[in-house]
Design a protein around this ligand. Structure first.
Ligand code: THU
Length: 133
C-alpha cells in the first residue's frame, strides 16, 4: 500500500525548529495496524527523537511484539519545504531490525510515485540482534 498522502499530512505534526527538516514515518505491523511518528527536536540536540523510532515506540506501546513490524514508510521535507527522501539513520535501522526480527521492508518516499524500497537487511547488514547476549 502507498502511504504518501498520510505521510504528507503527518509532516505538519513534525517539530523541527532547529534543522527545519521534517520527517514523517508510518509503521505497519503484521496484523496491518498502522502507527505514526514524526521527528521531535530538542534544544539539547541529542535529545531529538527521529520519526521512525517514535512510530516504532508507539507500536510497541500499543501492543506490538518483537517481530511484528512489517513495513516502515518514511517521507522527508527540507527547510525549503521540498519533499525529499529521508533514509533512516543508523539508530533507527537498529530498532527496525530488532522490532521486525530483521525482515521489515523500508519505503523511502519523495512523492507518491518516487518511492525506493529496501529490506532492512540491505540497510543494516550483519545486524546485531541480541542473540549473543
Ligand atoms: N530524522 C528523522 O527523523 N528520520 C530520518 O530518517 C533522518 C533524520 C530527523 C532527525 C532530525 O530532527 C532531523 O531529521 C535532521 O537530522
Amino acid at each position: 500500500m502507498n502511504y504518501f498522502n498520510e505521510l504528507n499530512t503527518l509532516l505538519d505534526m513534525s517539530s523541527a525548529p532547529y534543522s527545519g527538516f521534517n520527517v514523517a514515518a508510518i509503521v505497519v505491523t503484521e496484523d496491518n495496524k498502522v502507527y505514526k511518528g514524526v521527528n521531535v527536536e530538542s534544544a539539547a540536540y541529542p535529545t531529538t527523537n527521529c520519526a521512525e523510532r517514535n512510530a516504532l515506540q508507539t507500536a510497541v506501546t500499543e501492543g506490538a511484539k518483537i517481530g511484528d513490524v512489517k513495513e516502515v514508510h518514511v517521507l522527508g521535507r527540507n527547510s525549503e519545504k521540498l519533499l525529499v527522501k529521508a533514509y533512516p539513520c543508523g539508530s533507527c535501522r537498529q530498532v527496525i531490525a530488532e522490532q521486525s526480527a530483521n525482515d521489515a521492508m523500508v519505503y523511502c518516499y519523495a512523492s507518491e510515485s518516487d518511492v525506493e524500497n529496501f529490506t532492512i537487511a540491505e540497510l543494516l547488514p550483519h545486524a546485531f540482534l541480541g542473540a549473543e547476549l
